[in-house]
Design a protein around this ligand. Structure first.
Ligand code: ZN
Length: 439
């Protein structure tokens, strides 16, 4: 790599690290993404209003606080020039708080949590956890306002049993019962006020609102340890939520870099709820992308309908991929072994758990060649069940050609994951070419 290339890679890495740090929840991810888009000259649109769109201009819209669609309209109608869409997801597996926030456990107050998606639960034990999310706050006029909240303090902890009380833990492996062993201790408890109110007081105060005005909440726990560049030569990134905030960041960076409008319309779709199957009002299997694309087609009167536009469009579904594990290469197919810092990975599955096919893989390989970026291939061992992404859900609901790709990581769904530090900049370049209408 040239010294300029190395500087670009480091700059891209630092950008990613600050994005990760700003986004402990999907709501924060959307807020931070909106901030970057506003800085880049994008205008906000409300789904409840009529849109007056101008070709060549850049806009974004938010649904449910956790999903975001941003686009730069092409100079030609989508029915003629198509959409170039990059999709990723804003949510990560972890722990969410129940409606009643706390309960008692002997002399302790415990947060009452539910598991969201499929985290490696053992990695959430013995970690200092903060709390973040959104509160729905009653306004004077009677409506509800969503207010983000973030407590960057070691608020709670799920403690492991001492080795002396669980002698076989290393032989048996650490199993965590979701209902009994998982709820983290947040305070000592000696009776008195309602447990949930104690926690709600703290959360409301952190948000700067009166507790009585808080009418609802969506709250998550998060790893307090900041993201870091690691390894002897700085070749790795150690961080929470790389899956899939690293791809959200890459998609946004690419869109912001495209600057001038091209013929086709560039779209970035960041969806909530991928980790729980995407079938929600703001998930990738829901109506959001279709609803917004339909409006974009209507912005060109007489320019043809959505089906015509979709037939000439392509979706790059960007979600992290499995790098070969340093200690357990036996878990991988020996002829599909993606490496950290080896470039983006095309993910293929014969049963369409990934939406890639021969044609879309070829188109993505061409993009990588054009960007002078190496590309890698992933397929599961034939005797292991494959994961999935937003790709199949969005492809099925839109009928759009789709390729599933992602940068390689280790420890997927652990509270902290590992990525390569040279991969972010490489993928940024590929996605920028794609959104600019190349390939
Ligand atoms: Zn993912």
């Amino acid at each position: 790599m040239s010294s300029t290339g190395r500087t670009d890679a480091i700059a891209a890495c630092r950008d990613l690290l600050s994005y990760l740090q700003a986004c402990p929840t999907p709501f924060h991810c959307v807020e931070e993404s909106c901030r970057l888009l506003e800085e880049g000259g994008f205008s906000r649109l409300n789904e409840r209003e009529q849109w007056r769109l101008e070709p060549g201009k850049a806009y974004y819209t938010v649904r449910g606080g956790g999903s975001l669609l941003a686009f730069r309209l092409g100079l030609r109608p989508p029915a003629e020039a198509g959409f170039n869409i990059v999709g990723a997801h804003t949510d990560s597996p972890g722990l969410r708080l129940k409606p009643n926030l706390a309960k008692t456990g002997g002399p302790y107050l415990l947060l009452d949590v539910e598991v969201y998606g499929g985290p490696i639960l053992a990695t959430w034990t013995d970690r200092d956890l903060g709390l973040a999310g959104r509160l729905l706050v009653e306004e004077d006029a009677g409506g509800l306002e969503a207010r983000l909240v973030r407590i960057d303090l070691p608020l709670c902890r799920t403690s492991n049993l001492a080795i002396h009380l669980d002698r076989e833990v290393n032989e048996r492996g650490l199993t965590v019962d979701r209902h009994v062993a998982l709820p983290p201790a947040v305070a000592e408890w000696s009776g008195g006020e309602d447990p949930s109110r104690v926690v709600l007081n703290v959360v409301a105060e952190a948000a700067g609102v009166e507790r009585e005005r808080v009418r609802g909440h969506d709250l998550c726990l998060f790893d307090l340890q900041p993201p870091a560049i690691g390894g002897i030569n700085g070749e790795m990134i150690f961080a929470a939520r790389l899956d899939d905030l690293a791809m959200c960041h890459s998609a946004l960076t690419a869109l912001l870099r495209t600057g001038e409008p091209g013929d086709s319309t560039a779209v970035v779709a960041l969806f909530d709820h991928e980790e729980i199957g995407s079938t929600t009002s703001r998930g990738a299997a829901g109506s959001m992308l279709r609803d917004v694309l339909a409006r974009l087609v209507e912005a060109h009167p007489g320019g043809g309908g959505l089906p015509t536009a979709m037939a000439g469009s392509m979706l790059v579904s960007a979600d992290m991929a499995h790098a070969v594990h340093p200690n357990r290469p036996d878990k991988h197919d020996g002829s599909h072994l993606p490496l950290l810092n080896g470039g983006p990975v095309i993910k293929t599955n014969a049963n369409q758990r990934y939406a890639t096919d021969g044609e879309t893989a070829a188109l993505f390989r061409n993009l990588c060649r054009e960007a002078s970026v190496p590309v890698q291939e992933f397929a599961m061992r034939a005797d292991l069940r494959c994961g999935s992404s937003i790709g199949p859900a969005a492809a099925a609901s839109l009928g759009v050609r789709t390729v599933d790709i992602g940068n390689p990581i280790l420890s997927m769904h652990s509270i902290r994951e590992v990525a390569g530090s040279k991969d972010p900049e490489a993928l940024n370049r590929v996605l920028e070419l794609f959104l600019a209408g190349c390939g």
